[in-house]
Ligand binder design. Structure first.
Ligand code: ADP
Ligand code: ADP
Length: 226
């Protein structure tokens, strides 16, 4: 069964910029899709459409067979991880991770249990009392991941999450992201302009150009093409 279904998805900005054109995509339960392509090809727009941060101009977007075109971002059961971390600077790591659960009136004990478990999974359990400014770049990225994981969403969206990290940390984190994604089995769409990152992470690669899907396949099949 497909968790995410995109049918003839279109996004036009300001009446003339066609950022996403006729995108058809079925994403299986637990699959990790990586979207690659040159700057301006529509990668972020595609993610933002799925997240509900941009209005869909035309086409259908379904999660578990339910049309979600018109539902609010908060109602879509999706968590997004950005490159700039987007952590709340005045809150502790614990509170950053607990924030969305508190908003949804999750019982306090369950919040505590989920934050602690997630922190252990991401090896940030000794950082829970710190503020974001007291963390390294890699630690911040882990907290940003933790904040997404703790919600136990149906879908993860990653927008160039590692591009602020140095090269060796990037390699380490992408392996961890893949391990974590497989362990949790959360259907994921990951956007990057880094080809190696794309090849390493993806179950299936989507190559975009000019707002369209140009190629789609496993890293092996795309790599072995003439
Ligand atoms: P990518 O993430 O692949 O770099 P984007 O999705 O950011 O590409 O952009 C796709 C196209 O849409 C580009 O031509 C870009 O200039 C345009 N675009 C993106 N966001 C907006 C916006 N808010 N208003 C108008 N045009 C936009
Ligand atoms: P609040 O009363 O602010 O809603 P709690 O009573 O759950 O939240 O926790 C008080 C503070 O103690 C939190 O803001 C958090 O920083 C910290 N805290 C709570 N549980 C833990 C934990 N398991 N590990 C580390 N810090 C925690």
């Amino acid at each position: 069964m497909s968790t995410l279904t995109l049918e003839r998805l279109n996004k036009t900005y300001g009446g003339n910029v066609q950022a996403v054109r006729g995108v058809d995509l079925d994403i299986a339960d637990g699959e990790l899709i990586v979207v690659v392509g040159p700057s301006g090809c529509g990668k972020s727009t595609l993610l933002r459409l799925i997240a509900g941060l941009e209005e869909i101009s035309d086409g259908e977007l379904c999660i578990d067979g339910q049309r979600v075109n018109d539902s609010e971002p908060a109602g879509r059961d999706i968590a997004m991880v950005f490159q700039n971390y987007a952590l709340y600077p005045h809150m502790s790591v614990y509170d950053n991770m607990a924030y969305s659960l508190k908003n949804r009136r999750t019982p306090k004990e369950e919040i505590r249990r989920r934050v602690t478990e997630t922190a252990r999974l991401l090896a940030i359990d000794d950082l829970l009392e710190r503020r974001p400014r007291q963390l390294s770049g890699g630690q911040r990225q882990r907290v940003a991941m933790g904040r997404a994981v703790v919600r136990q969403p149906k879908v993860f969206l990653f927008d160039e999450p590692l591009s602020n990290l140095d090269a060796s940390l990037r390699v380490q984190m992408r392996q961890e992201i893949r391990r974590l994604q497989k362990r949790l089995g959360v259907t994921s769409v990951y956007v990057t302009h880094d080809q190696v990152e794309a090849m390493t992470l993806a179950d299936r690669l989507v190559v975009m150009n000019g707002g369209r899907i140009e190629q789609i396949g496993t890293p092996m099949t795309l790599f072995n093409q003439p």
